[in-house]
Design a protein around this ligand. Structure first.
Ligand code: PLP
Length: 422
């Protein structure tokens, strides 16, 4: 544990933290490998959340590293985004082919927040729109940059940005998340009411492919199909944020493929490059791209579609798609085991667990009262690190985690539940 004095003197200002917020791994990580962080003393800590749900293919993946090293030596380490390059074109082609959009183009960004901001630009710029309001769910997260964080639901980070930038937050645009208890019926009724009352000035809805940081509020079966019908009926574009849920994390390349919903845009980042280099992007339907036959895209970034990021993403795609998507099928299998275990934990330890939610390897345990802090401390003692937020402990290891390590780590989590429960 680092002292307050050491933390105060550190020269890096950490996001979402105070200067002295103590993360147990601060400064200690020397390197990482597969599902482990390796500390300066060479001891290992299991990374049970793939960092921030990023390293879907494991840390320090040798195949990706090799492709990156080879490309560096070729000598194209920067190319303006307006100039076409082979690796970028190859990546765009593959992303479109493997997405439910099938026909369109890709716009690249540096990460997830700017991918979402860009998607809002493309949605609002659509010539067919009547209005420019954007709907989103209450419990959702779409990024931390100032504009997109104003799209958060009931989250204090949003109010901070509201006060500071005086942004137009359009409070009435926040939709209720569906509940598993009524199969999303109430949520659908409320959304239908909103649309029936006035959908004229709504141009798009921004939803996560599957809920992430907001608390993993998964969609009930058939909910998205019904939502799709509603939005299509009212000519509302659907933007699906797959920044966290994409690239195999839920057992499909994109989480939205668990439904028949047809997105107009898909935003992505994180697993796109496995965190080896920052990159985000938006897959945009052909129809929306047609807005730019004569008009200029007034949106762009210096590093959009950076050559090394494209090579990295292509290497990641090689691995996601290899052997008939073996790594994604592995996630699906482990995800099923995980969901069963979580339900058992909820039944066995109702004093401390409020709820469990998840799909594939994007899951969480929601604790009651103050138990989460204690669980995190005990996890560290057992050499496990994972992401937590509010009262939720995330379980989202790399998709290719070794099954034995996965089961052992789950057993250690259960040992902690037993200890606390008694
Ligand atoms: N969208 C979702 C669903 C996310 O989970 C995140 C980050 O956690 C973002 C967008 C923002 O991505 P980035 O931090 O790369 O800007």
């Amino acid at each position: 544990m680092f002292t307050t004095k050491v933390l105060r003197q550190a020269k890096t200002l950490k996001p979402w933290s105070t200067i002295t917020s103590n993360h147990l791994l601060d400064f200690s990580i020397k390197r990482a490998s597969g599902s482990y962080y390796i500390l300066k003393d060479n001891s290992k800590i299991v990374d049970f959340s793939s960092g921030l749900m990023v390293t879907n293919l494991g840390h320090n993946n040798k195949y990706i590293n090799k492709k990156m090293k080879k490309f560096i030596d070729k000598g194209l380490l920067y190319s303006p985004p307006s100039i076409l390059i082979d690796e970028r074109e190859k990546l765009s082609q593959r992303l479109i082919e493997n997405s439910p959009i099938k026909n369109g183009k890709v716009f690249y960004t540096n990460g997830g927040a700017d991918a979402n901001e860009s998607s809002i630009y493309f949605a609002r710029n659509n010539k067919k729109n009547k209005g420019n309001r954007i709907l989103r769910f209450e419990k959702s997260f779409h990024g931390g940059s100032s504009y997109i964080s104003s799209f958060l639901g009931g989250d204090k980070r949003r109010n901070q940005k509201l006060n500071h930038f005086n942004l137009d937050l359009q409070i009435d645009n926040i939709l209720p998340n569906p509940s598993m208890i009524d199969n999303g019926k109430k949520s659908l009724e409320i959304i239908e009411n909103i649309l029936n009352k006035n959908s004229d000035d709504i141009c798009a809805v921004l939803i996560e492919g599957s809920s992430g940081t907001g608390g993993i509020y998964t969609y009930p079966e058939n909910y998205l199909n019904q939502l799709d019908i509603l939005f299509k009926k009212h000519n509302i574009l659907v933007i699906v944020d797959e920044v966290m849920s994409g690239f195999g994390r839920t057992g499909k390349v994109f989480a939205i493929e668990h439904s028949n919903l047809k997105p107009d845009m898909i935003t992505m980042a994180k697993g796109l490059t496995n965190g080896n280099i920052p990159m985000g992007g938006v897959i945009i339907s052909e129809e929306l791209c047609n807005n730019y036959k004569d008009d200029i895209v007034w949106n762009g970034l210096t590093y959009s579609g950076h050559p090394l990021a494209c090579v990295t993403a292509n290497a990641c795609l090689d691995l996601y798609l290899k052997n008939d998507k073996e790594v994604i099928r592995n996630c699906d299998n482990l995800g099923k085991i995980l969901q069963t275990k979580l339900k058992i934990y909820k039944e066995k330890y109702p004093e401390i667990i409020k709820d469990v939610r998840g799909i594939g390897l994007l899951s969480c345990i929601e604790f009651k009262d103050e138990y989460l802090k204690l669980v995190i401390k005990k996890l560290y003692e057992k050499r496990i690190n994972t992401f937590s937020n509010d009262n939720n402990l995330f379980i989202s290891p790399p998709l290719n985690i070794d099954e034995k390590l996965f089961l052992e780590t789950m057993d250690k989590i259960e040992e902690i539940l037993i200890e606390i429960n008694t």
